[in-house]
Write a protein that binds this ligand. Structure first.
Ligand code: SF4
Length: 194
């Protein structure tokens, strides 16, 4: 779509070629080609109250982020040039992570749909954690194999497995591996290896 902009005080000196010569922007790549609207706006980063360093939560690369906060709300997230990992860069997913915080569709409660139910319900966190722990222990017990047919010790369960995703970092993967191995699971995998 072509937008025509009305210059309030029109003057031949505002013609592009004159603007280029007047402003010293002879190739027309800088101030000579900015519109009045562009000149009037300022970036969200300029009005932020403070900037917080963080790490992109999307994938295991762990790019550094600068989180701009205004009135205790995240207003913009950009790449952190101080990060030795990403040196100021973010991929499109990381660059859009402000929407993770502010999207009105963001899910902020624990949702549960019981077996055969057609509706979802909210659960409080302690109830949800207890339900997961109960299922974990029960599946482990039901799938437990103590010995093989020859009487050799197995001490493992076929009832539980772990499949990690790319958003898990080293420390989380370390703890998950420890937990599942201690519980007797032998199928412990990660998306990165599949
Ligand atoms: S999703 Fe993109 S920006 Fe985020 S850590 Fe991975 S590569 Fe970096």
């Amino acid at each position: 779509m072509i937008r025509l902009e009305l210059v309030p005080a029109f003057s031949p000196l505002e013609w592009p070629v004159f603007r280029q010569l007047r402003s010293g922007d002879v190739f027309g790549r800088g101030p000579a080609v900015t519109s009045a609207r562009t000149r009037a706006i300022e970036p969200r980063t300029a009005t932020a109250d403070r900037v917080v360093q963080s790490v992109c939560p999307f994938c295991a690369v762990g790019c550094g982020q600068k989180v701009y906060v205004k009135d205790e709300r995240v207003v913009q997230i950009e790449g952190d040039p101080d990060s030795p990992i990403s040196r100021g860069r973010l991929c499109p997913k990381g660059a859009s992570s402000e929407q993770l915080v502010n999207n009105p569709l963001r899910q902020t409660t624990i949702r549960y749909r019981a077996p055969y139910a057609t509706e979802w319900q909210d659960l409080d966190r302690d109830t949800a954690i207890d339900m997961i722990a109960d299922r974990f222990l029960e599946a482990r017990r039901r799938g437990w194999q103590d010995r093989d047919d020859a009487g050799r010790p197995l001490r493992r369960t076929m009832g539980i497995a772990s499949l990690g995703g790319a958003t898990l970092d080293n420390e989380e993967n370390y703890l998950i591996k420890k937990l599942f191995t201690a519980a007797g699971a032998i199928q412990i995998e990660n998306q990165a290896r599949i």
